[in-house]
Ligand binder design. Structure first.
Ligand code: SF4
Ligand code: MG
Length: 332
């Protein structure tokens, strides 16, 4: 499998009068060609900040403290604003959280899509542009009759599909979609989710889907990265994660979807979280973890492979000299 996007040690902090909030504190992951990777975690865990960091869209009081984001031979975090602008939409497109509400209300839908195309490719004949916009409409299942409509004339699901059409207008290699379905009702959510998958199949684009609905994620993505308090604590295939979550926090998330599990609920300490300006040394999840051990309070757990398609950052798992993995709960 080829890696299309490689994120290394990305850190994004927000300055506050009481000190920096460590919103994203050293995340590492790769996205494979043609893959859909889910990025999940409760609100405030840093998922959206991670997406904005990857595209270098962090604005003060936020700042990128460290990291590399490799796409097609370039470290995006090294590029100038101008060089970056050339790659946005053409190589990497973002559908930001609430995108459908940020469509320009005074501009026709078609004009907004043409704008994206012409900004990158220069002026083109109006027949050619119209043909392209109508093609994009049909790819995302929108009827041609909305060509002359304004955003307020469309339903939420249609507006969301307009945003998808815009994101694919310049044929990017990677699309990052942040909570693209969460403002919609359940039926519309499914339609939008299906549209994304269809677009993915047609274009062979790789995707990062950010969300918190584990049930929807399970149906849409190949692998899932689980975030907690600015850290990725597990990256696993959907099957591995749902049938055998490795990290205690992943287990908690899976249990929040009753239809997906028959596991006995884990007793997680609710409500106690650390100050995001002053995380404890060691494991980021230690205050809520029912399995916390002495070393968890001192040493950050490294990410290790506990199964072929499952990486977990947790001291419960120890690699043996022969390469096998033991769970310390089995020997205690
Ligand atoms: Fe719990 Fe320790 Fe694993 Fe952290 S490293 S999740 S505290 S067992
Ligand atoms: Mg968010």
């Amino acid at each position: 499998q080829n890696v299309i996007l490689d994120v290394e040690d990305l850190r994004v902090y927000y300055e506050t009068p009481k000190g920096d909030v460590l919103a994203v504190d050293g995340i590492d992951f790769v996205l494979y060609e043609g893959e859909t990777l889910g990025l999940v975690g409760e609100s405030g865990c840093g998922k959206s900040t991670a997406a904005m960091g990857i595209l270098q869209l962090i604005t003060p009081p936020g700042r990128i403290v460290s990291g590399e984001v490799w796409l097609d031979g370039d470290n995006l975090l090294d590029l100038s604003e101008e060089e970056l602008r050339k790659r946005r939409w053409t190589k990497l497109a973002l559908i930001p959280q609430g995108a459908m509400n940020s469509l320009n209300p005074t501009m026709k839908i078609s004009a907004q899509i043409k704008d994206v195309i012409e900004t990158h490719e220069g002026r083109q004949s109006s027949e050619k542009l119209k043909k392209r916009v109508l093609e994009l409409f049909s790819m995302v299942g929108l009827p041609g009759r909305i060509y002359n409509m304004y955003p307020h004339e469309l339903s939420g699901g249609m507006k969301q599909r307009v945003c998808i059409a815009m994101a694919i207008a310049l044929n990017p290699n990677v699309i990052i979609a942040d909570e693209s379905t969460s403002a919609l009702d359940v039926v519309v959510q499914r339609v939008v989710a299906q549209t994304m998958l269809r677009v993915k199949e047609m274009l062979g684009v790789s995707m990062i889907m950010i969300g918190h609905d584990m049930g929807l994620m399970a149906q849409m993505v190949d692998r899932i990265a689980v975030m907690y308090a600015g850290h990725i604590v597990e990256i696993s295939g959907v099957q591995e994660l749902f049938h055998n979550p490795g990290h205690p926090y992943s287990q908690l998330l899976i249990e929040s979807v009753p239809s997906l599990t028959e596991r006995k609920p884990l007793k997680i300490t609710e409500g106690i979280t650390h100050d995001p300006r002053n995380p404890p040394p060691g494991c980021i999840f230690q205050l809520r973890c029912p399995f916390v051990m002495d070393e968890c309070r001192r040493i950050p757990p490294p990410m290790i492979n506990i199964a072929p398609n499952q990486q977990v950052a947790c001291h419960l798992y120890k690699e043996q000299p022969d390469g096998s993995i033991i769970d310390v709960r089995d020997i205690a």
